[in-house]
Design a protein. Structure first.
Length: 161
């Protein structure tokens, strides 16, 4: 083989190699931990899991393909929250979704680095879970169903719910 042919062959392979290597690498699977405040056999559990899976699917996340989900079912039991929070953290998920404030607090004690997203938490600012809704701080953020400040002057939180 002539030197010029050899150089052209190597140059051609060098330009194609990064493309072929990139195409052969599998998509990275992401992991989500989910800490639920209901029991796994609760009829509402199937509804909530189905809704989560539908939203993920609409955004291109397919269970077993590019996403893995680890569920823990605390059923409102504080001992189960204390057990499951560090268990989920030990799985090293990319993020943890938590339903309810009790689970959020336990997860915050278990990790300062894994993102925690809460839903169904009442008044997370006054509970000390976040600094504010606009700037939650730390590794925790989330959604609330209603803002007590919108209820009106002289109205208690119990009246708003």
């Amino acid at each position: 083989m002539r030197r010029r042919d050899f150089i052209n062959a190597v140059a051609g392979a060098a330009t194609v190699w990064p493309l072929s290597v990139g195409a052969q690498q599998p998509e990275q699977t992401r992991r989500i931990g989910v800490l639920m405040n209901i029991a796994e056999n609760d009829p509402e559990a199937a509804v909530q899991v189905s809704a989560l899976m539908q939203v993920l699917k609409e955004r291109g996340w397919i269970l077993g393909t590019n996403i893995q989900i680890d569920y823990r079912w605390a059923a409102g039991d504080s001992q189960l929250y204390r057990k499951y929070a560090p268990e989920l953290v030990a799985l090293a998920p990319n993020a943890i979704l938590v339903v309810g404030g009790s689970g959020t607090g336990e997860l915050q004690r278990a990790t300062k680095t894994i993102p925690i997203v809460f839903v169904g938490t009442t008044d997370p600012v006054n509970r000390g879970l976040i600094e504010s809704m606009s700037r939650p701080g730390g590794n925790t953020t989330g959604f609330i169903e209603y803002e007590f400040g919108l209820c009106g002057v002289g109205v208690t939180q119990a009246d708003c719910t």
